[in-house]
Design a protein around this ligand. Structure first.
Ligand code: GDP
Ligand code: MN
Length: 397
């Protein structure tokens, strides 16, 4: 689960991480009051969306830039009016962009140098890693590809936590030697690691972390993601969730306990078990198709959950074919069949439907589908099913 920059910075402030003063607004009527709380002079206006690359983004009406350093408050007000409720396209939003519903007014920072600093989980090493670079303000992926020597990685033993030598390694990698700055960086790293650990974050990223001409170190941007499996421990974090930023299909699925992730292909999958769902997506690809989603209905899904799953799949306009692949272990094939039939009563299925049922109560499940009169193609094995759905979709185009 991701949050907005202004929310991340409010959390940062509680951990002693220096940020510029800022106020978030959701309507033009709030502009004046927000600006009155900031000192006169330059004002930074920042679009709040769950995507990076805002500075270099362009709005769909042609207005350039999701981050503006304005010379004064009246310019900030005018710029903000152009940005609010406008759709911003960045390299991370996809071509459809994201509607900007919140803006963040900031006191500006004078920048001497920009750095990159992040903490995330190193999955291969099963431990947190601090990633630091002198190339701030750039995409870290680009830096990793073009100048990997400019990235410092410091791995942390989760049992020991952050140690002074970790902080010295980061400081060395970033080239800090000034005593006062080393002290600031030490405090910032301590706070950032504590935040990452206590809040079960999956990523905390500051890009750029800056030094000001007076030597101050400040987090100018903030991107934070949380481990969804740990959200039950953090109701305060759950409160920061902005459903407008998430795929409505995924939000609906999570309400019914379904693991659903929208993808950009045209063959929908309804599968039980995450491993089988991955294998199903792979085999669709193998036969030249493209999965429209990952969907694991789980082992003990109810008929209602299966019905909802089917409805969610059908609500995706990109879907041109459906593959149901169930290996009934705990899950009964009967429940799946009933769920599909119930969903088909609500929403007309206009695309080819291929069903492969195997295992627990498979006969009963198949009999129910036969009796329902639903137009479907049965398949006997996973590869047979994938081949059939890819062919049917191709034939229908
Ligand atoms: P992003 O483009 O989504 O990563 O948004 P950022 O918050 O990183 O802002 C983009 C760029 O705008 C930064 O890399 C800075 O160069 C610039 N910027 C943002 N805030 C300020 C500020 O307070 N002062 C100055 N001078 N530049 C800023
Ligand atoms: Mn940034």
């Amino acid at each position: 689960m991701n949050i907005h920059e202004f929310q991340a910075k409010e959390l940062f402030a509680g951990y002693g991480i220096p940020i510029a003063k800022g106020i978030a607004v959701k309507a033009e009527s709030e502009f004046d009051n927000a600006l009155a709380q900031l000192p006169d002079g330059k004002i930074v206006v920042k679009a709040q969306i769950h995507a990076g690359g805002r500075g270099k983004g362009t709005f769909t009406d042609g207005f350039k830039g999701g981050v503006h350093v304005c010379p004064d408050k009246s310019t900030a007000r005018e710029t903000a009016s152009k940005m609010l409720n406008n759709t911003l396209v960045t390299h991370q939003t996809g071509p459809e962009g994201k509607l900007v519903k919140t803006l963040y007014f900031n006191e500006p920072c004078a920048i001497e140098k920009e750095y990159y600093l992040a903490i995330t989980l190193d999955r291969a090493g099963s431990r947190p890693v601090i990633i630091a670079s002198t190339e701030g303000g750039m995409d870290i992926e680009t830096v990793a590809a073009e100048t990997p020597e400019k990235i410092t990685r410091v791995f942390i033993d989760p049992a020991q936590g952050l140690q002074p030598h970790h902080k010295r390694s980061v400081a060395f990698g970033l080239g800090f030697s000034d005593k006062a700055q080393l002290k600031q960086l030490d405090k910032l790293l301590t706070g950032l690691y504590k935040f990452y650990w206590e809040k079960d974050a999956s990523l905390v990223e500051i890009n750029p972390l800056i030094t000001a001409p007076d030597g101050a170190i400040i987090a100018l941007d903030a991107k934070v993601g949380f481990d969804e499996s740990a959200l039950f421990r953090h109701p305060d974090v759950v409160n920061l969730r902005d459903l407008d930023e998430e795929d409505p299909k995924e939000v609906e699925a999570s309400k019914h306990g379904l693991s659903y992730i929208a993808l950009d292909g045209n063959i929908a999958c309804l599968v039980n078990g995450a491993g089988l769902a991955m294998a199903t997506m792979d085999i669709i690809k193998h036969f030249g198709g493209n999965p429209a989603n990952f969907l694991d209905v789980g082992g003990g899904a109810s008929e209602e959950a299966v019905t909802e799953a089917f409805k969610i799949i059908l609500s995706d306009p990109n879907v041109e074919g459906i593959l149901v692949n169930i290996f009934g272990g705990i899950m009964s094939c009967k429940v799946i069949a009933k769920g599909i039939i119930a969903a088909a009563k609500n929403v007309e299925i206009k695309v080819p439907l291929v069903v492969r049922l195997e295992g627990n109560e498979v006969k009963e499940g198949k009999a129910l589908l036969d009796e329902s009169g639903l137009a479907l193609t049965s398949a006997d094995s996973l590869s047979d099913a994938a081949k059939k759905v890819v062919e049917l979709v191709k034939a229908s185009n």
